[in-house]
Design a protein around this ligand. Structure first.
Ligand code: PLP
Length: 395
């Protein structure tokens, strides 16, 4: 059995992407109904979606945004991040988790990751806290909750706002409770590769009425009708701060409401596939399966395989290319944020987060989405076994 990379038959005929949405007739019908209704935006579907998400995660409030990045921007606004403020976050994430700090004129500070969970390491956070630190943005990387209790304690001790980037973790649990109410604010994304989709979309869940108010203000130009002082008339509104137009549409929200009904089944299927992967890859040498902290139950946005490069004759790139040749849509999540060109131009140095940087060299994302068939799952397992065996140093 030799590799497709060298001209042989690939394990599968068609390309299997790493993530993909699952839209049903019912979803389509829900969107059509909104399109035929009086409101395409600023109608009843937003409230309905916000309430359903708040209820699902067990938070008092939910405020929807056009996408997860805008939601993170809103969270940084609500947290009062401004010029010169430092916000500690992880480099093992999508750029948006740190960009939101830059939008507010603040400075992202990168703490290293834990070598087992690949989540932000609370000990590394603590070392970086200064008098300028205002907030921590932790990411539930791959869907596995970060060390929420320890981070919460640190934030309390140092009077910091705790923002959780839960783009990967809707449906995950921490110490028996759904993720979404542990931090001061939690963001979820509804991009099509995430657990449920609204096309583009994001939301912040919070138990704080004050944050919820600020988030609503920010997503709608900084305009409110709540603080009226004069008696100008019913048309009057106040703009009390500089906000954005970051509102989600009713079209998006109606898709979200419909998708949310299937979230639990999506998470269940993701867990099943991940289990199959782990059972298979536990039996082959030279790969490390994802460690799961017993405090959390992952919602499995991503399945990451770590390569034991010291026992392989090639680097990650070659393994990646070999799997792609087999028509397995592997990916890499993520290039450490502080090493991206823009962050390099801001003066961030390579080497500041050695765990994240080493992990990056060895990480490989396998296809994982609920619509995968049994054959899809088996093809991934077969291809990984074949490629890893081929490149393993023998004897
Ligand atoms: C997807 C994602 C975001 C951004 O969400 P969008 O809805 O795409 O703007 C932020 N952080 C992480 C970790 C993500 O995976």
């Amino acid at each position: 059995m030799t590799l497709a990379l060298y001209g042989n038959q690939p394990v599968r005929k068609n390309f299997l992407s790493y993530g993909q949405q699952w839209i049903t007739e019912e979803d389509i019908q829900a969107v059509v109904e909104t399109l035929q209704s009086p409101y395409l935006t600023q109608g009843p579907k937003i409230d309905q979606f916000e309430q359903a998400i708040a209820e699902y995660v067990g938070a008092k409030y939910a405020v929807a945004f056009i996408n997860g990045t805008a939601a993170l921007h809103g969270a940084c606004y609500a947290a009062g991040i401004g010029k010169g403020d430092e916000v500690i976050t992880t480099p093992m994430t999508f750029a948006a988790s740190a960009n939101c700090v830059l939008y507010m004129g603040g400075k992202p500070v990168f703490a290293d990751i834990d070598n087992k969970t690949y989540n932000i390491d609370p000990k590394s956070i603590e070392k970086l806290i200064t008098s300028k630190t205002k907030a921590v943005i932790a990411v539930d990387y791959t869907g596995q909750p970060a060390n929420l209790d320890e981070i919460k304690l640190l934030c309390k001790k140092h009077n910091l706002v705790f923002i959780e980037d839960g783009a990967h973790s809707i449906g995950a649990s921490y110490k028996g409770e759904k993720v979404g109410s542990q931090a001061d604010m939690t963001m979820f994304s509804f991009h099509p590769v995430k657990h449920i989709t609204t096309g583009e979309g994001g939301i912040i869940t919070t138990n704080s009425e004050e944050y919820a108010k600020k988030l609503r203000l920010f997503r709608s130009h900084g305009i409110t009708k709540e603080t009226l002082t004069g008696d100008e008339g019913p048309w009057y509104y106040e703009m009390i701060d500089l906000g954005m137009n970051y509102r989600m549409t009713d079209i998006q929200a109606s898709l979200g409401c419909s998708q949310l009904k299937r979230l639990d089944s999506f998470v269940k299927r993701r867990r099943e596939i991940s289990n199959q992967y782990t059972n298979a890859f536990n039996n082959i040498p030279n790969v490390v399966v994802p460690f799961q902290d017993p405090d959390g139950e992952s919602s499995w946005h991503l399945y990451m395989l770590r390569l034991r490069l010291e026992n392989l004759s090639v680097d990650r790139k070659k393994v990646f290319e070999a799997l792609r040749a087999e028509n397995i849509g592997v990916h890499v999540h993520y290039i450490p944020v502080h090493t991206l060109s823009y962050y390099q131009s801001l003066g961030y140095m390579k080497g500041i987060c050695p765990n994240a940087e080493t992990y990056y060299e060895e990480a490989l994302t396998l296809p994982l989405f609920p619509k995968m068939t049994e054959d899809d799952v088996q093809s991934v397992i077969t291809a990984v076994e074949k490629v890893i065996d081929y490149f393993s140093k023998k004897g």
